[in-house]
Design a protein around this ligand. Structure first.
Ligand code: FE
Length: 163
């Protein structure tokens, strides 16, 4: 016997949608389904090795180009093997008071020791750390999201002042 299908709940988008994409205004979600955000881990990076650490100035001038470094395992090293590694991280910026976030960068870590002789034989490993440069005229919050291939999604955030 199969479980009964849960009822469908209509969810409205916070913005209006024009023309042929009108259907996007009424998204449907089954009641009881968890959004992916409920599965993103959040913890203190000093005690949890998966949490991405964001390093950048606390305050920048408008349109000043500055570096943002995102790394995994600053305090407690995360494994980097063919079987267990960090696969990617994305950096987002959400301007204060605005509705939407912007993706600033996405970095794929694609070498994890795999080689013709088998797992962990190539000696080539991408380390899970990246520095990107960006600018903004608006203050807001930087968000980093990373994916461990076996321990899932993790996030962190850092406020950025402009002035
Ligand atoms: Fe992991």
């Amino acid at each position: 016997m199969t479980a009964p299908t849960p009822p469908v709940k209509k969810i409205s988008t916070p913005w209006s949608v024009q023309g042929p994409f009108k259907n996007a205004e009424s998204l449907e979600r089954r009641i009881g389904e968890m959004p992916i955000s409920e599965h993103v881990g959040k913890a203190d990076w000093k005690t949890e090795k998966h949490v991405p650490v964001i390093e950048c100035p606390d305050k920048i001038a408008p349109d000043q180009i500055f570096d943002v470094t995102v790394m995994i395992g600053k305090e407690i090293a995360h494994p980097n093997t063919t079987a267990h590694h960090i696969r990617w991280m994305s950096l987002y910026f959400h301007p204060e008071g605005e509705k939407f976030s912007y993706q600033v960068a996405r970095v794929e870590f694609t070498a994890h020791g795999e080689g013709a002789q088998g797992v962990d034989t190539s000696t080539i490993y991408t380390h899970h750390k990246a520095t990107v440069s960006m600018k903004t005229q608006k203050p807001g919050t930087l968000y980093a999201v990373s994916l461990c291939n076996i321990h899932g999604l993790w996030e962190s955030e850092k406020k950025l002042l402009v002035g």
